[in-house]
Design a protein around this ligand. Structure first.
Ligand code: ATP
Ligand code: MG
Length: 250
């Protein structure tokens, strides 16, 4: 069943067509990968789906409701949240207080928010740094903290923009496990990442963009074998040449 139906989104910046006629479904309970080379329009799509950018054309539907162009706070109330490619935390507040504040901003009492913050701190392995200012944490720890802030009141849909980029492999595994555990509890994810092994590991389906358009969508293995997808990442292949695969085999 489709949770978000995205139909014909367009967004231009001056003369640059960042997103052109993008349509796909995000199904309830899935982790959908959104992949594509640099500059292909992935972040712009996430910005439109999460209310940070208005589409110039197209529709986003959630069930029977038209949610196109709603601002981020109204989408958050409906359970649609996103994480940024560049982490956003309050750097002069402790990690624990960032979580506490995020919970209270979502309507939890201080006591309930504190309980959830403590449990998230443990799950995200942030115990040793919980009383440091968030600005003192490593990039990976800040990302983990942002995961916690996003999930202190579990969203229906979480949109993640390159959560694994430049993160230590140990923390990357903590993040992947966190996504798996929330997925097992029913959360739906739209995951933007250049990390193909993690995408293959976490996603059954993917949408691939290039130059603002969707060039392939469906089963992850089929998408990664698609010739247009391989060409978009690696440059043109020539007739008769065996195309390389983007999949990393164990
Ligand atoms: N605010 C903006 N103003 C002008 N051009 C923009 C803006 N945001 C994005 N673009 C342009 O739109 C296109 C798509 O950018 P976008 O950031 O969505 O790509 P992306 O797929 O997320 O890339 P990356 O993998 O590098 O993060 C690019 O050509 C980019 O330069
Ligand atoms: Mg991006």
């Amino acid at each position: 069943m489709s949770l978000l139906a995205i139909e014909g989104l367009f967004r231009h910046f001056g003369g640059v067509a960042a997103v052109e006629d993008v349509s796909f479904d995000l199904r309830a309970g899935e982790i959908l990968g959104l992949i594509g080379p640099n500059g292909s329009g992935k972040t712009t799509v996430l910005n439109m789906l999460s209310g940070f950018l208005a589409p110039h054309a197209g529709r986003v539907r959630m069930g029977t409701q038209d949610i196109t162009g709603l601002p981020p706070d109204q989408l958050a109330q409906r359970g649609v949240l996103r994480m940024f490619q560049m982490t956003r935390v309050f750097s002069r507040m402790t990690a624990f207080d960032n979580l506490l504040t995020a919970g209270m901003a979502r309507g939890l009492t201080e006591a309930e928010s504190g309980r959830r913050a403590q449990s998230l701190i443990e799950e995200l392995t942030l115990g040793p740094v919980q009383y440091l200012d968030a600005g003192q944490l490593s990039g990976g720890q800040r990302k983990l903290l942002e995961f916690g802030m996003c999930f202190i009141e579990p969203p229906l849909v979480a949109m993640l923009d390159e959560p694994f980029a430049a993160v230590h492999p140990v923390m990357r595994e903590v993040m992947a496990n966190f996504i798996r555990s929330r997925h097992a509890r029913g959360a739906t994810f739209l995951l933007v990442s250049h990390d193909m092994p993690i995408i293959v590991d976490l996603c059954e389906r993917a949408v691939c963009m290039n130059a603002g358009r969707v060039i392939a969508a469906g089963d992850i293995h089929a998408v990664l074998k698609n010739h247009q997808v391989i060409e978009a990442y690696l440059g043109e292949t020539h007739a008769g040449e065996e195309p390389p695969s983007l999949e990393v085999r164990p």
